[in-house]
Write a protein that binds this ligand. Sequence first.
Ligand SMILES: [Cu+2]
Length: 146
Amino acid sequence: MSRKTILLAALLGATLLLVAAACGGGGSSSSSSGEPSTEATTSGGGENEMASSGVLEGEVGPGFEIEVKQNGEDAEQVKAGPYTLQVEDKSDMHNFHLIGPGVDNTVTEVSFEGEKTVTVTLKKGTYTYQCDPHASGGMKGTFQVT
Ligand SMILES: [Cu+2]
């Protein structure tokens, strides 16, 4: 009888230790997840909103590459009007910044990685897309809006 008590006490002690270890172990894992999800997407999200006349796809990273495509091809000339710009940011070293007539939109921040969709209204002129930290090193491009 006294043996059983000792055994139980030992088991209880082991369990407490395990619980304590489990609680103490994972305490420092939540430091990097503090990024609030800033909503830059379009409002409401109807499939058939009349505002957007076209889609442009931006891509930056994972290397020192940045590009804008329309219908799967390098966008060099696009027609003026409202566009849905879908940016895929594949690196936390780069950002995607679109600059041109009426537009100065930092679509993704440098630390951001993932996809963001914004609506832009393009007017006639030249638009530049760039990664701000590396634009001077050539990480940029342009397209014409006609
Ligand atoms: Cu960059």
